[in-house]
Design a protein around this ligand. Structure first.
Ligand code: AMP
Length: 224
């Protein structure tokens, strides 16, 4: 399913989400020559023009970025690898690792439990997470059954209140886990933000889209 009409025939629309992705995407976009006319970190506008004629950015929820791009409501999007792995659609191209918003997706549990636990002996685990698809797949590949508790945030709280001993969540510095008495026990994936594209836009807007993607690729390279 695709539409590819993100921003009219000639324009390009880039979907971004608030938070770390937006904060780290803006300098990267600026190095690629794309500067919003209003600061999206402060503006309440959801669609913002840029210095490039016809190029707009749209600010949406992180988990919605793949949907907007798949259905052509945006031509391009910037989404965390975690969001892309969790999304089960298939109508978009993963074009470029932007190497920003880096972190890791981990299984974590209370330090006291980890001291006597052996992940190799797990046959069935109860896990609280917002990444239910990734978690199910990760454990199924190892022959481990999962009882999943879907949460929308603050996963670190689950072991403290007895929802589940184990969680799957993003970890960067490890400070949040530590502050809640949790430790990392298994790495599921290394995460960074990726540039994704609508399949129809790749064909119908190939020239302007490719030019923008090349500029972003050079901006990523110059930051290596
Ligand atoms: P930290 O305390 O630095 O390990 O960060 C962990 C908290 O920040 C968790 O609540 C994560 O969900 C969130 N987090 C860490 N890295 C990212 C990222 N790249 N994108 C979005 N959320 C993140």
């Amino acid at each position: 399913m695709s539409a590819g009409t993100g921003n009219g025939a000639a324009g390009l629309n880039i979907a971004l989400s608030k938070g770390r992705i937006l904060e780290e995407s803006l300098p990267l976009l600026a190095r690629a020559g794309v500067v919003p006319v209003e600061n999206p970190l402060q503006s309440r506008k959801l669609v913002i023009d840029t210095n490039l004629p016809g190029v707009q950015i749209t600010i949406i929820r992180a988990a919605d970025v793949p949907t907007y791009v798949q259905f052509g409501a945006a031509d391009l999007g910037i989404a965390g690898r975690d969001v892309l792995m969790e999304y089960e659609g298939d109508g978009l191209y993963e074009l470029l690792d932007l190497r920003i918003a880096r972190c890791r997706l981990m299984v974590a549990e209370p330090a006291g439990l980890a001291a006597r636990d052996d992940p190799k002996a797990w046959t069935r685990v109860r896990v609280a997470t917002k990444y239910v698809n990734i978690t199910r797949r990760h454990f199924a590949a190892k022959g481990i059954q999962t009882d999943l508790i879907k949460l929308y945030g603050s996963m670190e709280l689950a072991p403290l209140v007895g929802l589940s001993e184990r969680i799957v969540d993003l970890v960067d510095t490890g400070n949040t886990l530590k502050a809640n008495g949790l430790v990392e026990v298994e790495r599921i994936a290394d995460i960074s933000a990726w540039l994704v594209a609508n399949k129809a836009s790749m064909k119908m807007k190939h020239v302007p889209l490719k030019a923008l993607v090349d500029r972003l690729a050079r901006a990523v390279g110059s930051n290596a």
